[in-house]
Design a protein around this ligand. Structure first.
Ligand code: 5GP
Length: 191
């Protein structure tokens, strides 16, 4: 089956500003649905404490990333927060879609736009914060970024929030359980 023949809504792209809690919502979704395929991205960013290669990301060098892009192995990729590159390896996603199974990507706005252009049948879900103040509080509270990096991420977040209207669904992450319930609905998953 080619991508064009894949039934609608098999590919779901989740995006949203930094620190909105996308990762937490997707983790909860995976906890509820351990068999659901969630793409593991490749990144040139170094691992944070506790992150495992092949599980959270495929941590690759700049040269390896260059090769993945040049050889057409990336479904999409982007420079995120102006620092590191992140991309979705094409093959694992394609295999799921070819098998008629759902695939979930958690990527940035730029990547979501690329997927929409390449696969118009993809469903785009935007995870939004309850408010701007709450987003800033979450980013500071997370404490994983130095002040300069935090400022860069907030700049990106401002731009990303303005793009929410481009998405098919907007889910406000005021509670992880509720946001995950809504995501299940979009994905057509029942518990
Ligand atoms: P972090 O460094 O906090 O793990 O991720 C930073 C950002 O990179 C997040 O907003 C996340 O959505 C985005 N990201 C992660 N993987 C990918 C990917 O494969 N492609 C794109 N375009 N963005 C990604």
């Amino acid at each position: 089956m080619t991508v064009a023949q894949v039934p609608p809504a098999r590919l779901t792209v989740i995006a949203g500003p930094t620190a909105v809690g996308k990762g937490t919502v997707v983790t909860e979704l995976r906890r509820r649905h351990p068999d659901l395929f969630v793409s593991v991205s490749a990144t040139t960013r170094p691992p944070r404490p506790g992150e495992r290669d092949g599980v959270h990301y495929h941590f690759v060098s700049d040269a390896e990333f260059d090769h993945l892009v040049a050889s057409g192995q990336m479904l999409e990729w982007a420079l995120v927060h102006g620092t590191h590159r992140y991309g979705t390896p094409r093959r694992p996603v394609q295999e799921r879609l070819d098998a008629g199974e759902p695939a979930v990507l958690e990527i940035d706005l730029d990547g979501a736009r690329q997927v929409r252009a390449a696969m118009p049948q993809a469903r785009l879900v935007f995870i939004a914060p309850p408010s701007w103040e709450e987003l800033v509080a979450r980013l500071i509270g997370r404490g994983t970024e130095a002040p300069a990096e935090r400022a860069r991420r907030l700049d990106t977040a401002r731009v990303e929030l303005a793009a929410a209207d481009e998405f098919d669904h907007i889910i406000v992450n005021d509670s992880v359980a509720r946001a995950t319930d809504q995501l299940e609905e979009v994905l057509g998953l029942s518990r």
